[in-house]
Every structure is written in C-alpha cells, then in structure tokens.
Design a protein around this ligand. Sequence first.
Ligand code: SAH
Length: 353
Amino acid sequence: MSSLEAQLLGRIAEAGPMSLADYMATCLMHPEFGYYTTHDPFGTAGDFITAPEISQMFGELLGLCLAQVWLDQGRPARFLLAELGPGRGTLMADVLRATRGVPGFGDAAEVHLVEGSDALRAVQRRVIAGDVIWHDRVESLPDGPLFLLANEFFDALPIRQFQRSGDGWRERVVGATAGRLAMGLSGAVTRPALAERLEDTREGDIVETCGPAEAVAAEIGARIAGHGGAALIVDYGDWRSLGDTFQAVKGHVPVDPLAEPGAADLTAHVDFEALARAASPAVHTRLTPQGVFLERLGIGARAEALARNLSGPALETHLAAYRRLTEAEEMGRLFKVLGLYPQGTTPPPGLEP
Ligand code: SAH
C-alpha cells in the first residue's frame, strides 16, 4: 500500500468518508505524494499526451488567434499573456514563437503562468524563454487586459458527484471497505444548484459539479469584462454534464480511480455551460469542436507548409499528428473550445458568438 493510500485511509477512519473533490485534490496536488507534484506525466513515456505535445501547430494557431483578438481590441500596450496549468510549457513556447511575426505583440505581453506543481514549474522555466511570473491561483494575477489559454486544465479540478434518489440527492463519497478505499453514498443532501437538475435527470442518474472551476471562470470573466482580453478554454466535456465522467489514466490506459492514489491522473469532463454562466459578464462563444476550430484557423494550410520540408517517418508522424488533432474519431470532436470575450467586441477567430 502506498503512503498516500495509508494517509487517506487514516483520514477516513478518523473523520468518515470524504467527498470525491477532497479525494481528487489530494491525489493530484498533495505536496509530497500528489500526482502533479511528483511527476512529469506527459508524452509517450508518461501517462497521457496532450494537444500541444502532439504538434507545434496547436500552439501556433491558438497564439495567432489570441494575437488577432489583441489587434481587434486596439493593441493594448501592456497585457497579461496567461496560461492555466501549462504542463511542460510547450503551448506557451509555441505561442511566443508564432506571434513573433505580429509587430508589438511580444513587447506588450507579460507572461503569467498559474501552476500548482513545483516540479512542473521547473520544466516550464527551462522551456519558456524570457521573463515569466508564476502564480498559485488565478486571483493573484495582476489587473490588466487578460489574454488567457487553458488546455486540459479544468478537467483536473476537483469535482463532486451527486446521485438522484427520489426527489432528492445523495453524494458519492470515498470511504473504506475491508481496509481498502471504496465508493459509497452519503445520506440525503440538499443543494440549491441541484434543484434545477431534477428537470433533466431520472432516478439513479449522476450529476457532477465543480465549484473550483466555476470560481476560476468567474475570476477570468470579471477581468476580461472589466479590462479587455479573451480566454480560449480547450478541454473534453460538453455543454451540460450528465453521468459519471470521473476517470483515471496511467500509462495511456484507463485504471480504477481508487486503486493507486497519487500514481494515476484523475480527471472529469468539463461542464462548459457552468463555466460560461460563471464567467458572466464576459460573454461566450458557441462551444466548438477542436477539429472545427483548428480547420477554421487554417491548420490545413499550416500542415501542408510544414509537410513540404519533411519526408519519410518524420512526414508520417507530422500527418498523423494533424489527423489526431482534427479528426472526429480522434481529438477533433471529443475536445471542445469555449471562447470568453468582452461584450460588444469581436469574438476570437474560429469561434462564433
Ligand atoms: N496544459 C498542459 C497540461 C495539462 S495537465 C498541456 O496541455 O499539456 C494539467 C496542468 O494543470 C498541470 O500543469 C497541473 O500541474 C496543473 N494543475 C492541475 N490542478 C491545478 C490547480 N488546482 N492549480 C494549479 N495548477 C493545477
């Protein structure tokens, strides 16, 4: 049994079952034994691979999209170029390189990263050239026009799950059975946010909520509405969450989320409706599949241009990366993009209001 599992079982023995959110936050961000605090989980040798790690085209196009919004908003002379959960820093490095061709953008940009893992901060420091300011939380970003990216950040934030029981709800919690972690159900709970979900659920259905995601969206939305800027949020999920989407991945395969706390990545699908609502008074674009978004931004032409200098296995890898990012059966449809921007301004290119 791992030290983290022993700690969790000790806590449950003392204080009773814990919410899924407590479990998830502890497994991912525990200072000593957390998944992100102890690992660099990305890439073929790691547990999963993300869009910026698949191809430089992802970061290039997101960067140019933000640069266009910066131009549309009258080129603010100083702005925050921010990223939430930058992982290995690849996305930001690609954004900075691709936007070098946009006069004035790089000089006006101040790079801010929100990252909770010291291990990953060290990787980001090596990969991103120039000055970078790190933050533990979105709240500590300074004021100013905010141009923000978040790829696979919100799916890592701790969720709670509630199961419909008659006209009420019970919370799904992590307890212990025979000395091992096990899922259980709380007694009846009342939460105002769940009342309206009585309309679109049936007995036994599971609804997920993510308070931290809504708090982050509210903070970003207020800043964008107040100071200008835009956010591009990319993740898997849908307009409204229904059902159990809590999942664990280790070595590129799904595993039992309770089996090895701290050793597997834990995520849940993102409820984009909840983010969009929380971000008001900033307005939001339509939720757009990643494949559609990248094609509208011209990934086809970019892929062809890069292909001209490649041959053999490098060309095969490049074409496979292009398909992986865009095709519906790959990441093209599962992953969605939501844009946030100030009311009365032009929405980010590739996303319709
Ligand atoms: N955006 C990157 C990495 C995604 S993994 C990519 O696309 O490759 C999730 C990232 O969010 C990691 O960098 C992780 O350390 C960070 N993270 C997760 N939960 C966090 C939290 N609560 N606060 C700050 N950073 C967090």
